[in-house]
Design a protein around this ligand. Sequence first.
Ligand code: SF4
Length: 137
Amino acid sequence: MEAKDMICIVCPFGCKLKVKQNDASELGYSVEGNKCFRGKDYGIREMTNPTRALTTTVSIIDASIKRLPVRTSGTIPKGLIEDAMKEINKIEVKAPVKVGDVIIKNILDTGVDIISSRSMCQVSEEYNYLEQCLAQI
Ligand code: SF4
């Protein structure tokens, strides 16, 4: 019988879960050690279709720094993380960018977007902004 010990990462309690194959259960697995239903969902998902959120950076031009922090708008299957990184590494974004802008729509047909985690001005705009700041000092 397939069984796996894992830590639930859904909330800071970090319950120790034991997930066992259980043909009598509707979902095919039973979960022990969870303090709430979310732990049960997490444990079963880890056995059947584990997913992860992805945070990384992409290349950006015309900005004051060369990498723009990005993240997935939701979770994607763990097995697609490497392919998603290959897609992300192919692109180059041009400033300006606003936080929440979609950088890649529906990556790998997952229904999840890659979105910007921060805003970045064009370099010239930042210089203007700095000049305005310095003028106020
Ligand atoms: S089982 Fe519930 S209480 Fe325990 S870590 Fe997971 S989400 Fe938190």
